[in-house]
Ligand binder design. Structure first.
Ligand code: 26Q
Length: 821
């Protein structure tokens, strides 16, 4: 049927006001006078959604008509951040809505503040997925995001006596206006059971599962920026099946049967909060298979036309695997083709090999996902068989390429034998994917040289790099309206969709008037941060001090403890009289970090940062020159206020450990200078902004690897650097912990001075020296502003639009489609 969709409502204040009031009165069932803040938020969001829906329907029609190649981004996480403002901006409704609400005596920003962001991700990887779907839509690429609609996203962090306490993130509690459930597209996903032979089939077997759940899709709009395209993000929620009920109901225990439904529904209950040391939990594997199986079936049944010739599948889709979390899709596609469609093994493998590409996001060996054969075989017996056969055939290829090299065969095998038999998901992804990419130049190089060396040697053409990026819509245009206005005044607004245009700002770095206005914007952003921290957390910061920010997940490799040592050392310098107080530039250190709930050392570090902060903030003798704040529950909402206010961006991981980093890009684009190691995308940031506009310190990756190999002796650094010793001793003395020298203090002291995999003490001297250079540079306001503007002008490369274009050119070979709008 070709019924045209209802035309989009006009973008006028009157029409918007009508839409808003209609939603308020008929959607929420309240009068404006009696409406709660949440009523207003929901009504406003639904009104905005209406405007986008027409475009959404159009996009879907065109997609069906064109049958163009689609990119499906498979990711266990999408850390979307607040939706309302993004929807307003994408649909050109921002001004109209503001005015319309003002006419009704309402304030848009007040209403926006009600929104609870969907925290459906841990950190970098989840936020990257959100930036990528934004860019895919803006670049007009037919694409769909597939993931999980966790009922509870990343936990809410609070501090009790400075210690992290986790509480559930019940983000759906007040209703989510941005999702539309589609029960008619629900699919069944099965688990467990056994397999049996099928007569006369090549490779096919029958899977007799023993339990099943329904995957219920919720659609989210992903609007492109001012281009009329609205893509779809489809997140799956687990529901008990009808059949599931009947089985148990028939057993006669009604109450137990109802209760048992929660077993199935647990699958999408909660996001696992570990972001670097996977736990091998059965429920996590259930989640992975759940969303991947549902997504594959959805694509084959709902996106492809009936009767589609699946031998052409690689022309219609690339499934991009966001890390190994969705890799079980590989044996699932094999299973569908062989067991359900009756294909031969070889035909199925030929197609499967062309459908998947794999992005790796780590270099830490402990972060590589591995599933025990025992667990996998119990939950997905058929998939285990398929993985074994993929491995057998793969190892034949290896043996042929390297006759007699059984050591290599063992290293490369998808199946690890030690410490228990287990499936190495990164190996499976590399064998099955037609491309493997790292997320920054250095990372891709190290992947090919180290983590996946054998594979890169066997298939050099498979390996490529796509340096990460961030969406300029959210992280500049929305988060920093002051800077955006200034940029647009200078070079027009084309930069919002072509960030390389920021280079045209370069001459303005030499213009004193532009620098003055740039500083004014930064100052206003700091005051906005101060207001938000006061209202949100009762924290007090000066409106004008240097803002030195370290925000990211808490992990030893990121070295928050090195930052802490620097702060302690500054404090110790003042207290011991080594540093005159007047010589210190007023500085506010801002931390934001969640620790995985089971990561004891990370939690101790948080407690210590809070303890040090408290001591410093309460010490009147510092006359307020140093402040340490650690607002709890750092999330996308807070990032959007914090990043634009920052002067200094801390990117201080041990070289060779941070795959890319994306916060580093957001800070540079908002005019913060980076103090950083030669790690991840820092390398590329420094190359672009120039050495004069970047504070580099620390060992390089080869230096770090060397030191590690020849034996790192932290004690030597402790003994030979008096300032380091003084800082560590002050910490160990209990000066910040009310005299308590045990617990977190002793534990952190020991971890830094005894055996620290991330060698914080080795980089201390060079870090502290670099910080002294920062101090000096900051004194010269004009020069600092110059550097900051050059950071903005030279980092347009880090737009996720550019990343997506690289994926299109190097991996997907899909064409953008122009909408006729
Ligand atoms: C896996 C299995 C079981 C449970 C949890 C996980 C899991 C979940 C999340 C493993 C890893 C993550 C997240 C990883 C992550 O965020 N990596 C970061 O990705 C960014 C985007 O590429 C990079 O910029 C960062 O350098 C990298 O650390």
């Amino acid at each position: 049927p070709n019924t045209p969709p209802v035309a989009a409502p006009e973008i006028t204040v009157e029409s918007f006001t009508r839409a808003f009031l209609r939603e308020l009165n008929f959607g929420q069932g309240v009068d404006l006078d009696r409406a709660s803040a949440n009523d207003k938020y929901l009504a406003l969001s639904r009104a905005v959604r209406h405007y986008l829906t027409t475009r959404w329907l159009e996009t879907l029609r065109n997609q069906y008509r064109d049958q163009a190649k689609v990119v499906a981004y498979l990711s266990a996480e999408f850390l979307l951040g607040p939706q309302l403002e993004n929807a307003l901006l994408a649909s050109k409704l921002d001004e109209v809505a503001r005015e319309s609400l003002a006419n009704l005596g309402l304030d848009l920003d007040e209403i926006r503040a009600v929104e609870v962001e969907p925290g459906l991700g841990n950190g970098g990887l989840g936020r990257l997925a959100a930036c990528f779907i934004d860019s895919l839509a803006t670049l007009n690429v037919p694409s769909i995001g597939y993931g999980i609609r966790y009922e509870y996203g990343i936990f809410k962090q609070t501090f009790v006596d400075g210690k992290q306490v986790e509480t559930p993130d019940n983000w759906l509690r007040l209703g989510s206006p941005w999702e539309i459930p589609h029960p008619e597209n629900a699919v069944e996903v099965t688990f467990g059971g056994r397999t049996e032979a099928v007569e006369g089939a090549d490779g096919a077997r029958r899977w007799i599962p023993d339990w099943r759940v329904t995957a219920l899709p919720y659609n989210y709009m992903v609007p492109g920026y001012h281009n009329g395209r609205v893509n779809t993000l489809r997140l799956w929620s687990a529901k008990a099946t009808h059949e599931f009920d009947l089985q148990i109901f028939n057993a006669g225990d009604y109450a137990e049967a109802v209760r048992a439904r929660t077993f199935a529904e647990n699958i999408s209950k909660v996001l696992y909060p570990e972001d670097s040391t996977p736990q091998g939990k059965e429920l996590r594997l259930q989640q992975q298979y759940f969303f991947v199986a549902a997504s594959l079936r959805d694509f084959l049944e709902n996106v492809l036309p009936d009767g589609y010739d699946l031998t052409k599948l690689p022309d219609r889709i690339t499934w991009q695997l966001n890390d190994t979390h969705p890799v079980i899709a590989v044996p699932e596609l094999m299973r569908l083709l062989i067991d359900e469609k009756g294909w031969t093994w070889d035909d199925a493998w030929a197609v499967t090999q062309k459908c998947f590409a794999y992005t790796c996001h780590t270099l830490l060996p402990e972060a590589l996902e591995v599933w025990s054969v025992d667990l996998l075989g119990r939950l997905l017996p058929r998939h285990l068989e398929i993985i074994y056969r993929i491995n057998e055939e793969f190892l034949e290829v290896v043996r042929e390429a390297y006759p007699g090299d059984e050591l290599r065969v063992r290293r490369m095998s998808i199946v690890a034998e030690q410490p228990e038999r287990a499936i190495r998901m990164a190996h499976l992804a590399t064998v099955a994917g037609f491309k493997v990419n790292g997320v920054a130049e250095l990372h891709s190089q190290l992947l090919a040289e180290k983590v996946l060396h054998d594979f890169a040697e066997l298939w050099p053409e498979k390996f490529t790099n796509v340096t990460n990026g961030v969406t300029p819509r959210r992280f500049v245009r929305m988060a920093n309206p002051g800077l955006s206005g200034l940029i647009t005044e200078a070079i027009g607004d084309g930069w919002v969709t072509d960030l390389s245009q920021l280079s045209r700002l370069e001459p303005l770095a030499e213009d004193p008037e532009f620098r003055r206005r740039f500083r004014e914007v930064k100052g206003a952003n700091k005051r906005r941060l101060a207001e938000v921290l006061a209202a949100r957390d009762g924290l007090e910061i000066a409106g004008d001090a240097m803002v030195d920010a370290m925000v990211k997940r808490l992990h030893e490799y990121k070295r928050q403890s090195l930052k802490l040592l620097h702060i302690v050392s500054m404090y110790e310098g003042v207290k011991s009289g080594r540093t005159p107080l007047e010589s210190i530039t007023p500085r506010t250190f801002v931390f934001g970090a969640k620790a995985a709930p089971g990561y004891v050392r990370a939690k101790e570090t948080i407690a210590l940062i809070n303890a040090v902060g408290r001591t410093i903030n309460e010490d009147a003798s510092l006359e307020g020159r140093l402040k340490v704040v650690f607002p709890p529950n750092y999330n996308v909402t807070l990032a959007e206020v914090l990043i634009p206010a920052a002067d200094l961006s801390e990117q201080i991981s041990l070289a060779g450990k941070e795959a890319s980093g994306t916060g580093n890009m957001k800070f540079a684009l908002n005019g913060a200078l980076t103090i950083g190691t030669d790690d991840g995308a820092n390398v590329e940031i420094r190359q672009l902004v120039g050495d004069d506009n970047f504070f580099l310190f620390g060992m390089t990756e080869p230096e770090a690897a060397d030191l590690q190999a020849k034996g790192y002796d932290p004690g030597a650094y402790y003994e030979s650097d008096p300032e380091l010793k003084a800082a560590l001793d002050l910490l160990a003395s209990g000066a910040f912990t009310g005299g308590d020298k045990g617990g977190a203090v002793a534990s952190l002291f020991a971890s830094l001075t005894e055996r620290d995999r991330f060698m914080a003490l080795a980089d201390f001297r060079s870090y502290v020296d670099a910080q002294a250079t920062v101090e000096e540079a900051y004194q010269d306001h004009e020069e600092w502003s110059r550097k900051a503007i050059l950071n903005v002008a030279r980092t347009g490369f880090f737009s996720s639009d550019r990343s997506i274009q690289d994926y299109l050119d190097r991996i997907w070979r899909a064409e953008p489609v122009t909408q006729n709008h």
